[in-house]
Design a protein around this ligand. Structure first.
Ligand SMILES: [Zn+2]
Ligand SMILES: [Zn+2]
Ligand SMILES: [Zn+2]
Ligand SMILES: [Zn+2]
Ligand SMILES: [Zn+2]
Length: 436
């Protein structure tokens, strides 16, 4: 960063809060008394004038603005003193200080009136109405000034003054490296050689002084490049971790939204049936149900399943219904999925198998009717999602890439009441499902 020297007038600071120092006036054909700001006593800079009749006093814009600001602060101070005196004024009643305060404010707000007129002109003391006087500008334009740098022989006019002192070749700027003052027009050349100036290595991107850069070996540079890459990788890794975490949270949220109320209960497997002894249940988070006994009906003249139940219940009003996911671990035989009413023993049963057959049990009969064949296949290891939606009167089954919807009759749902549980049966010894 470039800094100006301290022992000379700083062109960046010079006209910030006052006019042009009088001693910089070089030549003027006119009397300059009119061109002096009565606040800073310097030559007017960007003058504005009081618009009151017979006043027309000009001030530097910065000077009068500061004056106005100071007056505003005074008004605020007076205002706060005034309101403080209200608060601590002794109350005629015997209430606490708090109640006396609140009653003071609530009863007499209209009596608190702070005058908010324009700030007054320092000269005529009347409200300051800003105006511009062309003749003052013309007069200022006719004067000639000296540059703030003694060596400089340029005599800029009023208009060029600010621009000149900023661009003057004699302006001193401290070198950003060694800190020594340099003439503005020599600064670049100096800084191109100064060994304290920081430069950036184009290979490793590190910043160092020119002196250090000359000692910056290829080994150092390569090592630095590795360090930079490591830092980049670490930053990226951090970002990935953050994204992963966010993703996980979102997935959990979506999961919860999809599963609705039943989310919490679906993992509370309670296998309430006389047949559960035929299964082996293992696992904690995901529960594996494996059929360990052969089916009773070895001849397979009719479907013969060994049921187990999952004790999750859902009300018909639940839009999402029951959702469960299961991975098909081993499946040689058929798989039966049923939704049963807790009120009566009616149930809606489906049979699915790896061939893609979907059969539906006839209402109140023990016969199964083929609904679809071959267009919804899955393999062992696949995960299936089941969503029983009583309000939509359907069971939706989703495999890795598609879904099918099995519809029910509205009357079936009505007859079953409004509370359900699901049950599952395997047919072939050794078949197993994992509930996840
Ligand atoms: Zn001034
Ligand atoms: Zn005035
Ligand atoms: Zn100059
Ligand atoms: Zn230097
Ligand atoms: Zn380098």
């Amino acid at each position: 960063m470039q800094t100006e020297s301290n022992n000379l007038l700083n062109p960046l600071e010079l006209l910030k809060d006052s006019g042009i120092p009088k001693h910089l006036l070089y030549q003027s054909k006119i009397e300059v008394d009119h061109l002096i700001c009565p606040i800073c006593l310097n030559i007017l800079w960007k003058p504005v004038a009081c618009g009151q009749d017979k006043c027309f006093q000009s001030y530097c814009e910065v000077c009068i603005n500061k004056w106005i600001q100071d007056q505003a602060v005074d008004v605020v101070l007076q205002e706060s003193l005034y309101s403080q005196s209200l608060i601590i004024a002794p109350d005629s009643g015997s209430g606490s200080q708090y109640s006396s305060q609140s009653s003071s404010f609530s009863e007499m707000p209209q009596q608190i009136h702070i005058e908010t007129t324009l700030p007054n002109c320092p000269k005529c003391k009347r409200p300051f109405k800003k105006t511009s006087i062309p003749i003052i500008h013309n007069l200022l334009d006719s004067i000639q000034l000296s540059c703030i740098y003694e060596e400089c022989s340029t005599k800029p006019g009023y208009e060029q003054f600010q621009k000149h002192i900023l661009q003057c070749p004699f302006r001193r700027i401290n070198c950003s490296g060694c800190g020594l003052q340099q003439l503005q027009n020599e600064l670049e050349q100096h800084q191109n050689q100064c060994e304290h100036v920081n430069i950036e290595c184009s290979k490793c991107g590190n910043k160092m002084s020119r002196k250090q850069f000359q000692l910056h070996s290829i080994d150092d540079c390569v090592q630095q490049q590795f360090i930079n890459k490591d830092n980049q990788i670490a930053q990226l890794q951090k970002k990935i971790d953050e994204l992963n975490q966010k993703n996980q949270q979102l997935e959990q949220k979506i999961c919860k939204m999809l599963k609705g109320e039943s989310f919490d209960t679906i993992h509370q497997f309670s296998f309430k049936t006389m047949f559960t002894q035929n299964y082996q249940f293992a696992g904690n988070q995901a529960i594996e149900a494996k059929l360990i006994r052969p089916s009773f009906n070895m001849q397979k003249q009719k479907n013969d399943f060994l049921h187990f139940y999952i004790n999750h219940k859902v009300k018909t009003q639940a839009v999402q219904g029951i959702i469960w996911r299961m991975r098909i671990q081993t499946l040689k035989g058929n798989l039966l999925i049923g939704i049963c009413s807790t009120l009566c023993h009616y149930s809606i049963d489906f049979i699915i198998n790896k061939l893609g057959e979907i059969k539906r049990k006839e209402w109140n009969e023990n016969k199964y009717k083929l609904l679809r064949k071959g267009n919804f296949t899955f393999s062992e290891g696949d995960t299936l999602t089941f969503q029983f939606m009583p309000l939509q009167q359907c069971l939706r089954i989703t495999n890795e890439n598609r879904h099918i919807v099995c519809r029910f009759e509205p009357t079936e749902i009505i007859e079953m009441g409004d509370s359900f549980f699901s049950f599952f049966s395997l047919e072939n010894q050794g078949d197993s499902l994992i509930f996840i």
